[in-house]
Design a protein. Structure first.
Length: 229
């Protein structure tokens, strides 16, 4: 099997999602050098980190963190582009597990009981073939050792892309697109909402507002990247 894989790699090399170099046999999605040089925020170690300002005065959140900072032309941009638009959904699971392993080392994050990915509308998910946030949730679940649920937070309205919209326009675009099914599953629990990137926070805020309608729910937020830095 190893010989077959070696032969296949000559014709169809596995490439790093960050730098484009060929991956070694023991590497998955992202090469070791790029993993070592990810622009990590380390915000999971700080309760009062810069990302809290995204939600301050809008919705209450327990903890907020992003694995990486996002800037044009940095490693993060290419990684997320490949995750979201190039079919490389496994990136979400790999980085999610890596991030989850970091989160669980901090006491404040150990109270999370369920992970909820930001859902796509079924029409958009059919077109893309997958929801990248679900793959991130799979990885976080493995890294943190807690379950993820895909049947609680759902998207009920199809919306146009949020790209190039300001915060108010983004909020108007998404403020009523989410619903909560089976609320009894998350009553009086601490849930972690996850997504690929945090920009203005409008989409995440809309999801949090729906979740907070469930009695006793507390919400934390984790994304692979954040632009608001």
């Amino acid at each position: 099997m190893r010989l077959i894989n070696n032969i296949l790699s000559l014709f169809y090399p596995r490439l790093c999602a960050a730098c484009g170099d060929a991956l070694q046999q023991n590497e998955s999605c992202i090469c070791l050098d790029c993993m070592l040089h990810l622009p990590e925020t380390q915000f999971h170690k700080e309760h009062f980190n810069p990302l809290r300002s995204v939600f301050d005065g809008r919705v209450p959140v327990e903890e907020v963190s992003a694995l990486m900072s996002y800037k044009k032309a940095n490693r993060t941009q290419k990684i997320l582009h490949n995750l979201k638009y190039k079919g490389q959904k496994e990136i979400g699971a790999v980085l999610g597990e890596y991030f989850g392993g970091q989160l669980i080392t901090e006491e404040r994050w150990r109270g999370v009981q369920y992970i909820l990915p930001i859902p796509l509308h079924p029409k958009k998910q059919r077109k893309r073939g997958y929801n990248q946030s679900e793959w991130i949730a799979m990885g976080l679940s493995k890294g943190m050792g807690i379950p993820y649920l895909t049947d609680v937070l759902v998207r009920t309205e199809f919306t146009e892309t949020q790209t190039r919209k300001n915060r108010f326009a983004r909020w108007q675009n998404v403020k009523e697109v989410f619903a909560v099914q089976h609320p009894e599953k998350v009553e009086h629990t601490h849930v972690l909402v996850c997504d690929d990137v945090l920009t203005t926070g409008a989409t995440t805020e809309a999801a949090i507002r729906k979740l907070l309608e469930v009695p006793g729910v507390r919400v934390s937020v984790a994304t692979l990247a954040a632009t608001t830095l």
